[in-house]
Design a protein around this ligand. Structure first.
Ligand SMILES: O=C(CO)COP(=O)(O)O
Length: 236
């Protein structure tokens, strides 16, 4: 069983998201796909979708609050309207571009953990850290687990090296294997790989023993491609 997830980031409209989800759902049904498929659309495209059990819609980000005065944020009141129970936390774009600190990330994690959300928790190192070697890379990655309960039952991890995100250059299988095996030794949770996963390499990457699936950006935004990705991994 693999977990295949699409992170829309800041792409697609409400209309194109609905069409995408419908298309993916009918593909899942007509091809008897058993893997767990996840889609993370923009917050403005969330809705109540009548879809297969194994297709989950998640939110890319939310504030650790039910409701209140937090201009520009959304909380569980808005997520509950659509029955959203899956959230991405710790994505590198939020850490680096939006400057979320580990403290804020941990607060968010603990809040959504208490509510039983499925949390896809992302970790990853920038290029300057990777260049220092595996030991330093792991040290850096483990710091991203500060105040994070890694025994949480609904936790899915995603290793996304920052230098491989959106660059078209995925980590090598050796790099992925080394990091995944080390993390797996410490934390017994599903561990996805993300960073320039595409139609052509998804099967090979997801076939690595310590890889439980993929979290995909760019290559998943065209429905035909995402269907091909789902097809290529359906026997894993
Ligand atoms: O950040 C990612 C998924 O969360 C990966 O993005 P790309 O697939 O575009 O490299």
């Amino acid at each position: 069983m693999a977990i295949i997830a699409s992170n829309f980031k800041t792409n697609h409209t409400r209309k194109s998201t609905a069409a995408f989800i419908k298309e993916i759902d009918s593909f899942i049904k007509s091809n008897s796909i058993k893997n767990e498929i996840m889609i993370f659309p923009t917050a403005t495209s969330l809705d109540s979708f009548e879809i297969s059990e194994n297709l989950k819609i998640g939110v890319q980000n939310a504030y650790p609050v039910e409701k209140g005065s937090f201009t520009g944020e959304i909380g569980t009141q808005q997520l509950d309207e659509f029955g959203i129970k899956t959230i991405l936390i710790g994505h590198s774009e939020r850490r680096h571009i939006l400057k979320e600190t580990q403290k804020q990330i941990a607060e968010k994690y603990n809040f959504y953990k208490e509510l039983g959300y499925t949390i896809v928790y992302c970790i990853g190192e920038p290029l300057e850290v990777k260049k220092l070697g595996l030991e330093k890379t792991l040290e850096y990655l483990y710091e991203q687990f500060e105040n994070i309960d890694t025994n949480y039952e609904n936790l899915i991890l995603a290793y996304e090296p920052v230098w491989a995100i959106g660059t078209g250059v995925s980590a090598t299988n050796e790099d992925i294997k080394a990091v995944h095996e080390a993390i797996k030794k410490k934390i017994d949770k599903p561990l996805l790989y993300g960073g320039s996963v595409k139609v052509e390499n998804v099967k090979e990457i997801c076939s690595i023993n310590s890889v439980d699936g993929a979290l995909i950006g760019t290559a998943s935004w065209v429905a035909e491609d995402f269907k091909q990705i789902i097809e290529n991994t359906k026997d894993l």
